[in-house]
Design a protein around this ligand. Structure first.
Ligand SMILES: NC(=O)C1=CN([C@@H]2O[C@H](COP(=O)(O)OP(=O)(O)OC[C@H]3O[C@@H](n4cnc5c(N)ncnc54)[C@H](OP(=O)(O)O)[C@@H]3O)[C@@H](O)[C@H]2O)C=CC1
Ligand SMILES: O=C(O)CCC(=O)C(=O)O
Ligand SMILES: [Mg+2]
Length: 736
């Protein structure tokens, strides 16, 4: 029987799955389709990696490893929901929750003192940060807003904050000494293996990493972020924000860039609180403060000092917060700033949210204010500057008239920066870092200083070929101009451009408008078109894929949750991601507080339809094709009738939205004439659902309003979570 793998993940999407999956199972059961779930939640990944610490009945399957293998096989058909890419604070919370449940796993080692600490840290590092997506993404990315979603946004535009020409909001980025300015790149012509070697100014010499195999035609690049240049930059920008009385915010991707970005985050915290660290640095060292995990780490460690000392430190913190520029807030009621937790403000979602909100963020008084957005590395910061400048000149974008920007993203096989964390190092002493091949030839070399962050990235040739092909295919299928966002003046991009120029002629590009523009020029070109209602495909590398697939969806349709997000796997399978966004921690907080889940599963409806279509085509299953077609129609009707979850308690939420999808899907199956068996089966289901609409909706809405307990955050009690997501007895009995 053909199989669809459904991932069980975390937070809001995992709650939604508990309501939606029973519907999916009920609708596919009679069509020779098996739906199997695989648990890749953060909790399950911790248990799988630390299985030596567990009793036999506590051990779980390493589902991620199983799916990673499957993704390389032609039969793969995986529906992937968003999962937590854990920062250290999130990882520690999850560990402590599991410990309290009786799993004897070790604490996250704050400091590595023993061999065991080292081994434990290595296990946790496998779970940390973006550990799922790179394993499953054995293909490039095709993300777009389907026509129905665009039409819906045109008819029901989301709110857009107005923009003023005199807005003080701007992006601050480095002009020297950063990754962008120090990048070097080369394409290797024959397969080889390289070592990364450090040689100190004092002659000391050791390998940072050995035996990295490179394939024929693989592009490598290496670069370094100068600590000195970074600190000078941060210091100047903080002073500038203070003098100009503008809010200060930092936008990083500490989850995916899990080695480099926490270090940069830590430097920002230490620069902002410079006097604090000068005065109390020794104390902080003694109690093991590590602000690479955010300013919150410092605060949570303060219980380890005497009450008097703690009061003194807190008073010093207050004085600095008063004196320095105001920090953008994550939660002004609770006093949680942008510098508290590295996973609270993630650049792909945070910059578009700010641009959508008049270029403003929340200040300590809970009011919106213009902000300086610090994005230290200048490789991609320019796209936000260009967008902000465009808004200052033309005003906010208009969702009722603006065009759309689908993305074709190079991401297969851990392409580019997002695959670099195992080759990223904080340099311990002055010297040089070299990449040396099997023949002893130095391929790339940098002079470095202690504290610099050096990294190497890899981009394989076959993924690039596949990406170029996907770009041409999408341009042809949608009759839309396609722009490769590549900067010929950047070392890595220059190598990619050579390959694009080599591989484009392998395809029929006649009549297509395909160009290569630098990211800033591409932004300007695309925005000039977008306000005229014209569409433009962005063809980009992995980081811009991530940034652009939140930026444009959030501006165009209000959220990236409504994106169709397909990963055609290079070996023939399909990975269908549900939307382009994350797992929405705020939604879970609201759910626990008032039993209302505002998570919108639209991305999941879209993913399921393409997954069924893929299954139908690859296994000759005509019923699956009918299910796919009717599901798409049901999604259109769902949008037309505006059945997305509301944000307010007592109104239709995620669970009610699933009911309507099921109703429309059943009606579609009952009304089609391509498959008689499905028609017969679903005619009575459609009738039962429709007859009981009022009853079901009141069952789903009336239970809202009170707080609830699902037994855990990262590892909720299955029965409690399932019960709370399936509170309508009437709906449950129809589905059964
Ligand atoms: N594919 C993946 O696995 C991804 C995982 N992540 C992970 O997700 C977590 C949170 O990341 P974050 O950057 O905050 O981004 P999120 O996309 O989770 O959240 C940003 C905001 O977007 C809105 N939103 C997102 N999805 C939906 C939806 N389905 N329905 C309604 N609104 C939605 C919500 O706005 P509002 O509050 O206004 O309702 C939410 O607060 C992190 O752990 C991150 O690593 C992030 C990106 C992708
Ligand atoms: O894997 C992650 O941490 C985030 C992925 C993401 O943001 C994306 O693919 O858009
Ligand atoms: Mg993203």
């Amino acid at each position: 029987m053909a199989k669809i793998i459904y991932t069980k993940t975390d937070e809001a999407p995992a709650l939604a799955t508990r309501s939606f999956l029973p519907i999916v199972k009920a609708f596919t059961k009679s069509s020779d389709i098996e739906i199997e779930t695989k648990d890749i939640s953060l909790a399950s990944r911790i248990l799988a990696n630390l299985s030596d610490y567990l009793t036999d009945d506590q051990k779980v399957e390493d589902a991620l490893a199983v799916l990673g293998d499957l993704a390389k096989k032609p039969e793969a058909n995986i529906i992937k929901l968003p999962n937590i890419s854990a920062s250290v604070p999130q990882l520690k919370d999850a560990i402590s929750e599991l410990q309290n449940l009786g799993y004897a796993i070790p604490d996250y080692p704050e400091e590595v003192k023993t061999e065991e600490d080292k081994a434990v840290l290595a296990l946790y590092n496998k779970v940390k940060g973006s550990a799922v997506n790179p394993v499953l993404r054995e293909g490039n990315s095709d993300r777009r807003a389907p026509k129905a979603i665009k039409n819906y946004a045109r008819k029901n535009p989301h709110s857009m904050g107005t923009w003023n020409a005199d807005s003080k909001t701007h992006v601050a980025t480095m002009t020297e000494g950063d990754f962008a300015h120090n990048e070097k790149s080369v394409t290797v012509n024959t397969a080889t293996s390289v070592n990364i070697e450090f040689t100190g100014s004092n002659g000391s010499n050791f390998l940072l990493k050995k035996g990295i195999s490179l394939l024929d035609g693989e592009i490598i690049d290496a670069t370094v972020m100068s600590k000195k240049a970074l600190l000078t930059f941060l210091d100047n920008e903080i002073t500038d924000a203070t003098e100009n009385n503008i809010l200060l915010s930092l936008h990083m991707k500490a989850t995916m860039m899990k080695v480099s970005d926490p270090i940069i985050f830590g430097h920002a915290v230490k620069t902002y609180f410079k006097e604090l660290f000068e005065k109390h640095g020794d104390t902080f060292d003694e109690i093991g403060v590590d602000v690479n995990n955010g300013f919150g780490n410092l605060l949570s460690n303060l219980d380890e000092v005497s009450a008097e000392k703690k009061a003194e430190i807190l008073a010093d913190i207050d004085a600095i917060l008063t004196k320095n520029a105001d920090l953008a807030m994550v939660n002004s009621d609770k006093g949680i700033t942008n510098l508290h937790v590295p996973s609270d403000v993630i650049i792909d979602a945070s910059m578009p949210a700010m641009i959508r909100t008049s270029g403003q963020m929340w200040n300590g008084e809970g009011k919106l204010q213009d902000t300086k957005a610090i994005i230290p590395d200048s490789s991609y910061a320019g796209i936000y500057t260009a967008t902000i400048d465009f808004c200052k000149k033309h005003g906010a974008f208009d969702p009722t008239t603006m065009g759309t920007v689908p993305n074709v993203g190079l991401m297969a096989q851990k392409a580019e920066e997002y695959g670099s964390h195992d080759k990223t190092f904080e340099i311990v002493a002055d010297g040089k870092v070299q990449i040396i091949d099997a023949n002893g030839t130095v391929l790339l070399e940098h002079t470095v200083e202690a504290g610099d962050i050096w990294r190497m990235c890899q981009t394989k040739d076959l993924p690039i070929q596949d990406w170029v092909k996907l770009a041409v295919t999408r341009a042809r299928a949608s009759k839309t101009p396609a722009v490769f966002w590549l900067d010929k003046n950047r070392a890595h991009d220059a190598e990619i451009i050579k390959k694009v120029n080599t591989y484009l002629p392998n395809h029929d590009t006649s009549g297509l408008d395909i160009r290569i523009l630098s990211p800033i020029k591409a932004t300007e070109f695309t925005l000039e078109r977008i306000i005229k209602g014209e569409d433009t495909i962005s063809v980009s590398g992995n980081v811009l894929r991530d940034y652009l697939t939140d930026l444009f969806p959030i501006l165009e349709v209000g959220t990236s949750a409504k994106m169709l997000s397909i990963v055609p796997l290079m070996n023939g399978g399909g990975l269908f991601e549900t939307g382009a966004g994350g797992s929405a921690p705020k939604h879970v907080q609201q759910f626990i507080k008032e039993n209302h889940l505002r998570w919108d599963s639209l991305g999941e409806f879209l993913a399921l339809a393409v997954s069924l279509e893929h299954l139908g085509n690859t296994t000759n299953n005509s019923k699956a094709l009918v299910l796919a077609e009717t599901l798409d129609d049901a999604t259109d009707k769902f949008l037309d009738n505006d059945k997305s979850p509301s944000r307010k308690v007592g109104e239709l939420d995620n669970r009610g939205s699933h009911f309507y999808l099921a109703l429309y899907w059943a009606q579609g199956l009952a009304n089609q004439n391509k498959n008689e068996a499905l028609k017969a089966e679903f005619s009575s289901i459609a009738k039962s659902l429709s007859d009981n609409e009022e009853n079901i909706i009141s069952e789903l809405n009336n239970i809202q309003g009170n707080s609830l307990n699902i037994g855990g955050y990262y590892n909720p009690t299955e029965e409690l979570a399932t019960e709370s997501m399936r509170p309508s007895k009437t709906l449950n009995s129809i589905l059964a």
